[in-house]
Every structure is written in structure tokens, then in C-alpha cells.
Design a binder for this molecule. Structure first.
Ligand code: SF4
Length: 176
């Protein structure tokens, strides 16, 4: 399945795609503490973010049966460090690619677990906390929400975390 996933990721256009190493799956309380500090202003605002996405023990239990996976990256190039438009373009490109890849793999195999970049943005207004998630089969937590330190995951898997001056990188992984 890994070869198929890598082939699909390349076809979809990801700039980097490498096998995920199981030892990179370290779900850390200090990363969760950064979520609680709410620097991204998403804590407690969607079903995809803490606390709604589950405790670290629940995420460990959900992922314990997965033996393989891939890590994918979308790299954006900015004109300068203030080029926010290119950052947003790259973020949207990554979200679209990641959703496509997750959907393709979910159609081909029952058990896949995607973890994306940033909060779920499938709906303009998330239903959290007043009504159930509209798309529980499409929604994914971010890697950070799952407690993964993304720079460490990249290092362990042999993928670049930084692509040089005036670049921005969005990263996700899919376990299977
Ligand atoms: S799919 Fe919609 S309701 Fe569910 S987490 Fe995403 S934004 Fe919220």
C-alpha cells in the first residue's frame, strides 16, 4: 500500500513524499501544551482540535494498530518575508491536495488515519460544540493537535522541515 500511496501523492502534486517511520510517532504533552496556549487561536474551536479531537492516550490507542504511512509536504515560495498571499496560497494548495489524497486512500482501504496541517476548514463555520461534526469521515486532526512535534517527525523520516529563505512548508501524514 505504501508504494500506491506514494504514487498517488506524487500524481496529486506534493513536493515531498517519504515513508513515515513508526518511531516518529511520539505523541507529546508539551506539544499539546502549545495547543492550550492557543497561539493559533483554534483551541476549543473545532472538532479537529483539542480538546475535542481526543486525549493523547486516545490518539495513541487510535494509532497503535497502524504499521506504515507516508509524510507529505507542500512548499510555497514567497516574494519576501511579508508575502502573506503566497503563504495562504500554499496552505490552500496543501489542504486541497491532502483532502484528495486522504479521500483516494480511504476509498481504496478501510483503515487510514490522516493528520493534516492546521485546523479543519471544511466548513465555513464549524459546528463545535453545539452540534455533531458535519463530515466526521473527512475531518482530520492536525499533526500538532495529535501531539506530534512536526520538525522531529521530519528529521526522523528524512524529510526537510525547512526549504530555505522565503519558503513556507505545510506538512501532513497518513497512517495505514
Ligand atoms: S468538518 Fe466541519 S463541523 Fe467537522 S470539524 Fe471540520 S469544520 Fe468542524
Amino acid at each position: 500500500m505504501r508504494d500506491r500511496a506514494i504514487q498517488l501523492a506524487k500524481e496529486i502534486g506534493f513536493d515531498v513524499c517519504v515513508p513515515m517511520k513508526k518511531e516518529a510517532l511520539v505523541f507529546r504533552e508539551d506539544v499539546r501544551a502549545m495547543c492550550r496556549a492557543d497561539r493559533c487561536q483554534s483551541y476549543g474551536k473545532t472538532w479537529s482540535c483539542p480538546p475535542a479531537c481526543g486525549t493523547l492516550d486516545e490518539i495513541r490507542a487510535r494509532t497503535s494498530g497502524f504499521g506504515d504511512g507516508i509524510l507529505v509536504e507542500t512548499v510555497g515560495v514567497m516574494e519576501d518575508e511579508f508575502d502573506y498571499e503566497s503563504v495562504m496560497d500554499a496552505a490552500a494548495r496543501h489542504k486541497e491536495r491532502f483532502l484528495r489524497l486522504s479521500e483516494c486512500l480511504r476509498k481504496e482501504h478501510a483503515g487510514v488515519f490522516p493528520m493534516g496541517a492546521g485546523k479543519c476548514t471544511l466548513c465555513e463555520h464549524c459546528t463545535y460544540p453545539t452540534a455533531p461534526c458535519r463530515f466526521p469521515d473527512k475531518m482530520t486532526p492536525s499533526m500538532e493537535a495529535a501531539g506530534l512535534l512536526v520538525s522531529d517527525v521530519c528529521r526522523i523520516c528524512g524529510a526537510p522541515y525547512y526549504h530555505g529563505k522565503n519558503t513556507t512548508t505545510f506538512i501532513g501524514c497518513i497512517l495505514f
